[in-house]
Design a binder for this molecule. Structure first.
Ligand code: 6MZ
Length: 363
């Protein structure tokens, strides 16, 4: 595990409100409990519970959003989530979040996102590089730690880019508002759009106009695809040719064929799929088949807080379940840099970071 933690890693499927520390959630719940807004004893039990079905996970998100959706808290959790990923040597993080409107506290989708960006800028123990590469003078590779590799003592640095999520509960107009916001925030590190939310809710056709518009204007698209059985939707999503998809669980033979020939990279979330009972056990997880077919893959956490995991832990599970050696794990981690949504300058930096880590990792 220590070796996996010390290895540089890329994370591209992490939901902000799913990645909050338990201690922070409990602290927020206690404060709201004292104000009489919620019943803390009930919330504590829900927050600390480990195994939940997919349906229960979405109920938990509704609760988490009650705890987190004010500007100050959004800024705080963003800062903490970045610190947590950086502390385990994630060198590039694509963080996704659903811009939220809450009239009762004067929150608009824009002010929600401004609070997120404030979290990126917040004075923290980590150097966060989030503006587009050409504008950023602080390329990570120019300031690589020289003495102790990624093992700690030097101040951590992390590239962060943002994806704005469209929640499947939203209307076409609301989805379009999110895309417009993403376009306006490109100079602040927004690189794409994600479609997520409860897969049992909503229709693919609702989101297509906004997704097409986003793509036409140069935003990258990733879709939660096949999280529940829904054949027509899986087919339509694959035909849309997004730049990446998340999960890819309930696929039929023909869908696997189409996916493999399209080479659309898949964000694999092992712990999440097991915890939500979407995949019955790791030994039948589609990671193995896709990995053997040399399909582009990125191991991701999905919701590190909700599922009590970390990127290093996801690699550990891949190692122990699928028998990958250190070299194979390293190559898997390194290849993830090819599927990020940031520009080529960042990709080039990441390649150098991985190459320079080889010696320290004893490879
Ligand atoms: C689909 C998910 C998800 O956006 O408020 N989300 N959507 N499948 C999943 N698999 C378990 N995990 C998280 O983060 C929380 C939101 O991300 C989406 C849901 O819409 C959830 O409300 P943000 O930061």
């Amino acid at each position: 595990m220590e070796w996996l933690v010390s290895m540089p890693k890329v994370e591209v499927h992490a939901h902000l409100n799913g990645s909050i520390r338990d201690s922070t959630l409990l602290e927020l719940a206690k404060a709201l409990g004292e104000k009489g807004v919620i019943d803390f004893s009930e919330v504590e039990h829900v927050v600390l519970k480990n195994d939940r079905s997919l349906a229960e996970v979405f109920k938990l998100f509704d609760l988490i959003h009650i705890l987190t959706t004010d500007h100050m808290t959004v800024t705080r959790i963003t800062k903490e989530v970045i610190e947590d990923f950086a502390s385990e040597n994630v060198v590039y993080l694509e963080l996704r979040t659903t811009p939220k409107r809450n009239d009762s506290i004067g929150m608009t989708k824009r002010s929600y996102m401004e609070a997120v960006v404030k979290g990126l800028k917040a004075d923290s123990s980590v150097d966060v590089v989030f503006t587009p590469y050409a504008e950023d003078a602080r390329s990570l590779v120019n300031s690589l730690p020289t003495n102790d590799g990624y093992n700690g003592k030097t101040r951590k640095k992390i590239y962060v880019r943002l994806l704005l999520s469209i929640d499947r509960r939203e209307t076409t107009a609301a989805a379009m508002e999110t895309v417009m916001l993403a376009l306006e925030m490109r100079h602040l590190g927004v690189v794409g759009i994600d479609l997520s939310g409860n897969p049992l809710v909503g229709e693919w056709a609702t989101y297509v106009p906004a997704l097409k518009f986003a793509r036409d204007l140069g935003l990258h698209i990733t879709l939660h695809c096949g999280e529940v059985p829904n054949r027509p939707e899986v087919q339509a999503m694959l035909d849309f040719l997004p730049q990446r998809i998340g999960h890819a669980i309930f696929f039929e033979e023909e869908d696997w064929r189409k996916l493999k020939s399209s080479k659309i990279p898949v964000e694999i979330c092992l712990t999440s799929n097991i915890r939500t009972l979407s995949v019955p056990s790791l030994d039948v997880h589609h990671f193995a088949d896709l990995y053997n077919a040399k399909h582009p893959l990125v191991l991701c956490t999905d919701d590190s807080g909700v599922f009590s995991t970390s990127v290093s832990n996801e690699y550990k599970i891949a190692t122990s379940t699928f028998g990958l050696g250190k070299r194979e794990i390293f190559e898997l981690a390194k290849s993830a840099a090819e599927f990020i949504f940031a520009d080529d300058g960042v990709k080039e930096d990441l390649r150098k970071i991985f190459d320079s880590a080889v010696k320290n990792l004893g490879l």
